[in-house]
Write a protein of this length. Structure first.
Length: 291
């Protein structure tokens, strides 16, 4: 554990008392003060626990993830403490305050973050976890390490193809069965990749683009605003004054698509993440986060 130095200005009488007690207990003043501070911080109920969670966010996220993971889809989770709920809500709110997101899905998550008393179940907690991972673990390499250590061992390898108009999306995920027999150092995270092919191009897209596309197309299906994300990951913009043609922006990829293609793509993606591939999607999103 990394040590640091803190200078304090306190009464000389307290310094004397510390020295006397340290001598009586045959320990250093530094050891005594450290123990007394830790005891005091731990003896403060919710505030004390919340302070511990914020001080070691990666450990806190790992513990919360284990409670919420439910790899066998039993619907049973270990209840979160009030401090853990506050930790999730605080991280989600901080993250969402610093990125440009729009659409009912993002708005609903933000409302949960500012009003955690409205949370109704495990799915809400998982949604908060997905966003606050990005706040507490901002470094990509550290998030990969988190995914490596936390991933369940029953994620099956999968390759899926989605065709909409002239576009073909191929989604691949490596499985985690290997981890059942691997040491801690040998464990492998599930790796996600997505290819998009058209008549004259092929592009590789990442997890951030995919999750943004999922939310974007959900907003499109609900006939919401044309942008579910105001940023680089995924945007949908009408092509001039036409009613049936759009620009679909996925990362640096720009696609001109018609409404029929978007309808087909939205239906296929919805069936994927809420049906045939829902368990895998649910596990990946609380490993890698979104937003």
């Amino acid at each position: 554990m990394e040590l640091s130095q803190l200078s304090l200005r306190i009464l000389t009488t307290l310094i004397t008392r510390l020295k006397v007690r340290a001598k009586e207990e045959n320990i250093s003043v530094n050891t005594l003060v450290t123990a007394m501070i830790e005891t005091g911080l731990n003896d403060g109920g919710i505030s004390a626990e919340f302070g511990r969670l914020k001080a070691e966010p990666a450990i806190a996220l790992a513990n919360i993830h284990r409670k919420l993971c439910d790899p066998w889809r039993t619907g049973n989770i270990v209840p979160l403490s009030e401090a853990e709920i506050k930790f999730l809500a605080d991280g989600t709110r901080e993250h969402m305050d610093n990125i440009a997101l729009a659409g009912s899905y993002y708005n609903n998550i933000y409302q949960l973050a500012i009003n955690p008393e409205t949370i109704t179940g495990a799915d809400d907690y998982r949604s908060l976890l997905a966003f606050c991972i990005r706040y507490y673990i901002s470094d990509m390499n550290e998030r990969m390490q988190f995914a490596k250590t936390q991933c369940p061992e029953n994620i099956a390898p999968s390759t899926l193809h989605i065709k909409a108009g002239d576009l073909v999306f191929t989604i691949s995920v490596t499985g985690t069965e290997f981890n059942r027999f691997a040491s801690t150092d040998e464990r492998r995270p599930p790796l996600f990749s997505m290819q998009c092919k058209g008549n004259s191009f092929e592009a590789t897209l990442d997890w951030d683009v995919f999750t943004a596309l999922v939310r974007l197309l959900d907003a499109f299906r609900k006939e919401e605003a044309y942008e579910s994300r105001s940023g680089a990951a995924a945007r949908l913009i009408r092509n001039g004054a036409t009613q049936n043609e759009w620009w679909l922006l996925l990362g640096k990829l720009q696609l001109r698509v018609d409404s029929k293609t978007l309808d087909a793509l939205a239906s296929e993606i919805d069936e994927l993440v809420n049906g045939t591939w829902s368990a895998t999607f649910a596990q990946l999103i609380i490993l890698y986060g979104e937003g």
